[in-house]
Design a protein. Structure first.
Length: 381
């Protein structure tokens, strides 16, 4: 009897649905679609609420939009006190595992052949690898500061690791990312003992006439060609940026001066001469898309946007990688529109976002997030 009632009920429902389609047409179809989506969200939310563990890969969200950036220190709400930043530098050269060292040697030989033939080639430079990096607090007032331990490396090491994450197959059949990142790293806040190469300083520059400097990378550059980027992305150089620091110890040791690296990057890439007081380091972390660790900061320059264009036109070192300089208004709405409309790598997104958070100050981070959410929700055009 129950089977008969069920069968009759199905028939009646089909008849009712047919009548509604005939009478209401598209209105009924749209209503049914919205109803189905609502039911799916309710069912999905119900099932998630019963999960004992929800996965979190640690990547930062900007006003409801997920990035590829894992923050290990900082939030954009404050700048580190320069006097508390601790760095240690080990002058011993960083040795890669044999299979990656072989790849590095291949890269070096290939670029040497290009050089011998008079072709454009990647030249090698000294860089640093990040052995360890974390944020801690002072004992009494709990003021946060970062601690970094660097080791000497070079650009060919960077190319054989970060630059080859997905485009080189190892003898095991795995990519470098699969073997040394996906399978090896349990805590994304801890630098990889193999892949943390080419650590840099990433800066957004705010001009005297309230513009933010953006750069456009050349089409023939090795990393992120033709992409829009923030003002400065400069690798730390263990020779130019290292200093002797005794601090009353029996034996002096070398450290890396992050502000020297920032000042050098500003001069080489934009022609800007800056002082440490103009540089505010806001935090650090790793971009998982490229597995690239960077220290992020913002700079307030005394130069106007027109003066910076004049400096670029007079010839600067960084012109090798930059095709042009662009400017946007130093305004949280304009910055949010750039993040919404442009394909920026996650490190650049965080740098711009933190610059606005820092300029607004705590507790106005809530206001910044609300504004970003509003802009992200608007359609382009």
């Amino acid at each position: 009897m129950s089977d008969l009632i069920l069968a009759v009920g199905k028939v009646l429902l089909k008849i009712l649905e047919w009548l509604l389609n005939q009478l209401l047409g598209d209105t009924y179809t749209h209503f049914k679609t919205r109803l189905n989506k609502w039911l799916k969200r309710k069912i999905s939310g119900k099932s998630k609420s019963y999960q004992t563990i929800q996965q979190d890969d640690g990547a930062l969200w900007i006003a409801g939009r997920k990035t590829n950036f894992v923050v290990s220190g900082g939030s954009g709400e404050f700048a580190y006190d320069r006097n508390y930043i601790q760095t240690r530098y080990d002058d011993e050269y960083f040795e890669l595992p044999n299979e990656l060292k072989d790849l590095r040697d291949e890269i070096e030989a290939r670029e040497q052949r290009k050089k011998d033939q008079g072709l454009k080639h990647m030249y090698n430079t000294y860089q640093v690898a990040l052995i360890n990096g974390f944020q801690t607090n002072t004992d009494i007032i709990e003021k946060p500061y970062p601690v970094f331990h660097f080791k000497k490396s070079d650009y060919y090491n960077f190319q054989a690791t970060v630059g080859s994450l997905d485009n080189h197959q190892l003898s095991s059949g795995e990519t470098i990312r699969e073997k040394y990142l996906d399978q090896a790293i349990q805590d994304l806040h801890v630098p990889s003992d193999v892949l943390s190469q080419g650590i840099g300083i990433v800066l957004t520059v705010v001009t005297a006439d309230e513009k933010i400097v953006l750069t456009r990378r050349r089409t023939d550059t090795g990393i992120r060609p033709n992409e829009l980027d923030v003002s400065v992305v400069e690798a730390i150089d263990p020779y130019q940026d290292a200093v002797e620091n005794s601090n009353g110890e029996q034996q002096s040791r070398k450290t890396i001066d992050l502000y020297k690296a920032a000042i050098r990057g500003l001069k080489q890439e934009l022609g800007i001469v800056a002082s440490p007081d103009q540089i505010h380091l806001l935090g650090f972390g790793v971009d998982l898309e490229y597995y690239q660790w960077n220290i992020i900061g913002t700079v307030q320059t005394d130069l106007t946007s027109s003066q910076i264009i004049e400096l670029k036109s007079s010839g600067i070192h960084g012109i090798n990688e930059l095709s042009k300089i662009e400017f946007i208004h130093h305004d949280h709405i304009k910055v949010a529109e750039i993040l919404r409309d442009q394909a920026l790598w996650s490190t650049a997104q965080i740098a711009l976002y933190w610059t606005m958070v820092y300029d607004l100050g705590n507790p106005n981070k809530v206001f910044a997030d609300r504004t970003f959410r509003t802009v992200f929700g608007k359609m382009v055009g």
